[in-house]
Design a protein around this ligand. Structure first.
Ligand SMILES: [Mg+2]
Length: 407
């Protein structure tokens, strides 16, 4: 029997609420927050009043005007949102310690063992809301959820928005879950929903009845098994593995040692490592490139970037590192590329400026799916063209690779 373990706090239309707090003339009115004032840009947040007209994150300004003629647009002020983030953090921590900050407007608290009683949790939720209203602003509200794991607690926090709270205990779990659509579940995006439907799973109720193996197959990764446990109320933290590095190295055959040839092999190594990164469900924030030249010279350099598992920014980071190498005309004997700073992927990052591109993510997912099904030669990025066969089955730095990733 899983106890109530987590409290999840999600602010209601956070950016728009901060703007309404700062400017009283915006209160009670439809507001769209935009990165810059331009008709071609899209809203990065919408107030509840605007949401009622169908405006949401991602709606283009011109479309938002049609949906909601009275809408007011304001330019995003990221430093202000960070300032209020720090203030609400402090106000929450007067009631309960925060375990993890998941994004600018979401935090998760693990409930201490003697704080897991339903009425105690409910009382704590009301105290959090009350403290925020008094110490920060009555206009910046949040919704809270509690559940046996973070996944359920998060879903519960969306249940009575805005300014609400909901508790899901193990015995309420099925009744709560079946009220949702597949797409409501964190981790079921549009592509995954289509894949579930192709597997004959149309409802959350059907999904809850699946075997663990079925979901693993639909996902094609460990995420499916994690979803299965999440739906049962199991604590996902217990499933985490401790991989600290993902990397590949390769000694080049003599005909591949010229820089332009070596670069192709390097892209191939990167693609293998990236595939493994996504298969494990991780994001990385550091990449290291190491080279050994035929001359004996050794060189290594590290790039740091916002957490990602997308191919595009990782290719970009690799290209930047490659350009920094000394002796650009010399032949290279050995290459390696590794990811560090690995973390479990959550759907959000703290970085306000990085705009994840859903199209790129869809391309990555499609690539992974093809490679998992038909093998490594079936799809690869152009940078590796000509080096498909150069990197054969090898043992990675830190573990025996999964066969599917190593054909
Ligand atoms: Mg929110």
């Amino acid at each position: 029997m899983n106890p109530l373990r987590y409290l999840f706090i999600d602010f209601d239309s956070y950016f728009a609420s901060v703007e309404q707090h700062l400017d009283p003339s915006l209160r009670g009115r439809p507001v769209g927050v935009v990165p810059t004032m331009a008709e071609t840009t899209s809203c990065i947040a919408a107030s509840y009043e605007a949401k009622r007209f169908g405006v949401k994150t991602g709606t283009r300004v011109s479309e938002a005007r049609q949906l909601c003629p009275g809408i007011q647009f304001v330019e995003a002020e990221h430093s202000v949102y960070v300032h209020y983030h720090e203030r609400f953090h402090a106000a929450i921590e007067e009631v309960i310690p925060i375990t993890k900050t998941l994004s600018i407007d979401e935090v998760c608290c693990e409930l201490p063992k003697n704080w897991r009683d339903r009425s105690y949790v409910e009382n704590m939720m009301l105290r959090v809301q009350d403290n925020l209203a008094h110490k920060v602003s009555p206009w910046i509200t949040c919704s809270l959820g509690a559940g046996p794991n973070r996944f359920i607690a998060k879903l519960a926090s969306k249940y009575r928005k805005p300014n609400g709270h909901h508790i899901v205990e193990q015995e309420d779990l099925m009744e709560f879950l079946v009220q949702h659509q597949l797409s409501d579940l964190n981790g079921v995006g549009r592509n995954m929903e289509a894949r579930l439907k192709r597997a004959g799973i149309y409802t959350v109720a059907q999904m809850c009845q699946c075997k663990e193996e079925t979901l693993r197959k639909v996902w094609g990764s460990v995420h499916g098994a994690r979803m299965w446990h999440a739906l049962k109320g199991d604590d996902l933290a217990e499933l985490q593995t401790h991989t600290s590095t993902i990397g590949h190295s390769h000694v080049l055959a003599p005909e591949r040692r010229a820089p332009h040839q070596a670069l192709k092999v390097l892209h191939r190594l990167l693609q293998k490592a990236t595939l493994r990164l996504r298969d494990k469900g991780y994001v990385t924030s550091r990449m290291q490139l190491s080279l050994r030249y035929d001359s004996g010279l050794r060189w290594g350099h590290e790039a740091r970037f916002d957490e990602t598992c997308e191919s595009h920014p990782l290719r970009y980071a690799l290209s930047e590192l490659w350009c920094l190498r000394p002796a650009p005309h010399e032949t290279i004997r050995k290459l390696s590329v590794s990811f560090f700073g690995l973390k479990e992927k959550t759907n959000y990052t703290l970085n306000l400026f990085s705009q994840e591109d859903p199209k790129r993510e869809a391309v990555d997912q499609a690539m992974d799916h093809i490679v998992n099904k038909f093998g490594k030669q079936a799809a690869y990025y152009g940078g590796a063209h000509g080096a498909q066969k150069a990197v054969q089955m090898r043992i990675a730095f830190n573990h025996i690779p999964d066969l599917i990733l190593e054909d």
